[in-house]
Design a protein around this ligand. Sequence first.
Ligand code: FES
Length: 164
Amino acid sequence: MRITDLPKYKLKPQELKRIDEIIKKYKGKKGALIPILQKIQEHISFIPIEVQRKVAKTLDIPEKDVYGVVTFYSFFSMVPRGKYNIRVCLGTACFVKGSKRILDKLVKEFGIEPGQTTADRKYSLQINRCLGTCGLAPVIVVNDRFYQKVNPEKVIDIVYSCKK
Ligand code: FES
């Protein structure tokens, strides 16, 4: 996806205020970039390009450095994440054990592709290459909760059970 393809989201005044506070708190500290981006991601669930520019300007570093970090780590996103962020492992062990079927079920149920968020901002879908628990494949993660040996036929129930 090119930057120009990204949908535009208008940030609320309170979100902008919080972003300014976060940047101010870390400005001038060594290694400030990652903590600033983490806090912004936690707070507004994504790091749009305008915010990346603001961070770069304040820290006096090239915009491409901020963009490089945001696009390198899967923790960061340039589009808003849903309340329930679903990650499906498509690493070799999980793939062999059926994680593609899990992904297909989720795509069909929520009508979104990996990297997208539902219009109501409840669910977002991501792909990971290995979540580090290959012996218990296939694996999905909903927010911070791991589900292992997931049966593709039960994955939708698992995701909806997260609301409880
Ligand atoms: S391949 Fe899925 S957890 Fe390692």
